[in-house]
Design a protein around this ligand. Structure first.
Ligand code: RP5
Length: 167
């Protein structure tokens, strides 16, 4: 694989606002830890609809293998992106000011039959797990990445074995 090819993003991380970064940075951090080439951008569904459609419709031809989309409130970004691409879309509900992200969760998870969005937990855990799922998708065709994912799991197993209770 050439350097340029190796550097081209395999995972797109998009979010509706820079205010989503506190949560979505946890997806980016995980992709960085695993050495997965990614790109990260603000794409607002209701403020940048033309850019959202262009991003989604060009995603596959640009080589993206998964798109992690985070949004809060009426979180239509993941569903609308999924409507324009067959690249797997992993939706992250971002906590909202008034409904604490329950609105975001329901907006993302309740996709009508036929156009799926894989939906994750509200907030940091969801962002990190969306990245781990993107990594798992890539690991189906990348043995070195699969080995890193196995090692990541083994570390968590060991940490659980090492847990002590104050009794
Ligand atoms: C959504 O509206 C974004 O995903 C964000 O979670 C929320 C608030 O956006 P800002 O008003 O902070 O830009 O589109």
């Amino acid at each position: 694989m050439s350097e340029a090819k190796a550097a081209s993003p395999l995972v797109g991380v998009i979010m509706g606002s820079s205010s989503d970064w506190d949560v979505m940075q946890h997806a980016v951090a995980m992709l960085k830890d695993f050495g997965v080439p990614f790109e990260a951008r603000v794409i607002s569904a209701h403020r940048m609809p033309d850019e959202m459609f262009a991003y989604a419709s060009s995603a596959r031809s640009r080589g993206l293998r998964a798109i992690i989309a985070g949004a809060g409130g009426a979180a239509h970004l993941p569903g609308m992106v999924a409507a324009k691409t067959i690249v797997p879309v992993l939706g992250v509900p971002v906590p909202s000011k008034y409904l604490r992200g329950e609105d975001s969760l329901l907006s993302i998870v309740q996709m009508p039959k036929g156009v799926p969005v894989s939906t994750f937990a509200i907030g940091e855990a969801g962002a990190a797990n969306a990245a781990l799922t993107a990594i798992a998708i890539l690991a189906t065709t990348d043995d070195a990445l699969a080995a890193r994912l196995d090692a990541f799991r083994a570390k968590q197993t060991q940490a659980a074995f090492d847990m002590k209770l104050p009794v």
